[in-house]
Design a protein around this ligand. Sequence first.
Ligand SMILES: Cc1cc2nc3c(=O)[nH]c(=O)nc-3n(C[C@H](O)[C@H](O)[C@H](O)COP(=O)(O)OP(=O)(O)OC[C@H]3O[C@@H](n4cnc5c(N)ncnc54)[C@H](O)[C@@H]3O)c2cc1C
Length: 399
Amino acid sequence: MDFTLPEELRMLRDTVARFVREELLPLERDVIKREAERGLTDAPLIDPEVEKELGRKAKAIGLYGIDVPEEYGGQNLGMLAKAVVIEELKTSIVPFVLPPDSPNLWMLRETCKGDQIQKYLLPYASGEKKSAIAISEPGAGSDPAGMKTRAEYKNGKWVLNGQKIWISHARHADFMIVMALTDPAKGSRGGMTAFLVDKGTKGLSIPSVFNTMGEHAPYAVFLDNVELSDDQVLGEVGNGFGPMQNRLGVRRMEIACRALGYARRCMDLMLTQANQRKTFGALLAERQQVQWWLADSWQEMEMVRWITWRLAWKMDRSVDQGGGDWRREASMVKLQGSEMIARVSDRAIQLLGGMGVSKDMPLEYIARAVRVLRIFEGPSEVHRWVIARDLLRNGMPAE
Ligand SMILES: Cc1cc2nc3c(=O)[nH]c(=O)nc-3n(C[C@H](O)[C@H](O)[C@H](O)COP(=O)(O)OP(=O)(O)OC[C@H]3O[C@@H](n4cnc5c(N)ncnc54)[C@H](O)[C@@H]3O)c2cc1C
């Protein structure tokens, strides 16, 4: 066992830290202002031109295609590298993501075939095309197996009808992965299929945005007799649920990394404030309550980091070995990461007092941005259930 991060990943982390310092931190005021002024619209939190420029600068210093296989133009550095990069990026509140967004990349890697590789996977892997995934419905969120969206095969075409809700990036995506039932009797066990739906397809509409607490503004998506050809089936007909679950596992690991990045920012602010703010003639650092906030926060961060890196290592190993099951671990890291940052950001706000809730500081933004982490990609309660069910069925794992 070796607990040290490989030298190349430490160098990568330093590169991202410099990028955050030089490019992202100076944008934070603008992001806070844009978010405050956005109101009930989907106005972007980073100026699109600035975002493009960030992408170019990141690429120029080697920050691109971190988990993209070399045959698709990436660096194939693996998920541990991705974990390190995301944590470092999220020490800033600027919602900049190094393309491609990993979860859909993993799903496309697993399922694209034939012309789909040229049309979707390659431009997505290079960051040229953006995507979204439409799983949730008004009656099916935590339990996607309850979805109603239907895909029927008629006269050589797939015809999709249904309604999706909370779909992130839907209006900006060049294509969307849409989950639909091809056999309602079988449902998620052999009756759910993934489809590739291009922007502008007849019958596809994205009528409204949902402004939520924090930075996300997902959309409602309607499918009204959307006609698709056979080559828009992603993966095997009826077997969409497995690749979709694997994809969710990737996002769950990323959520823990985001929580770690935000938590480091909170700790940084807490340590600085504790060492310089005096009340009643003594530094906050001398108060036991403050010390316990710091001690508990750091321990919780360390615990999340180790289980997250272990999951990333397991994911990398599963790629090398042609498969693996990391659903329980993905539930664990998502649950622990999202709950850890709720506690850490709350302690940080309390320690900073009025400045903690002021929009002059990033804490207020962080506290709202992280609330949804306990809800999307499976709420905490569902992850606890998944972990318990696995233990009850299979007992404790050996390692
Ligand atoms: C900002 C945002 C972005 C999103 N982006 C996307 C996206 O891009 N694509 C997409 O498809 N979906 C997306 N979603 C949807 C998201 O995945 C769902 O909101 C989430 O899965 C919860 O579903 P729900 O909102 O229907 O809540 P429900 O399923 O109604 O659950 C509500 C609550 O009930 C409790 N609960 C549910 N099941 C159980 C159980 N078994 N045991 C105990 N308690 C339980 C939990 O406390 C849960 O929070 C997004 C959501 C948000 C808020």
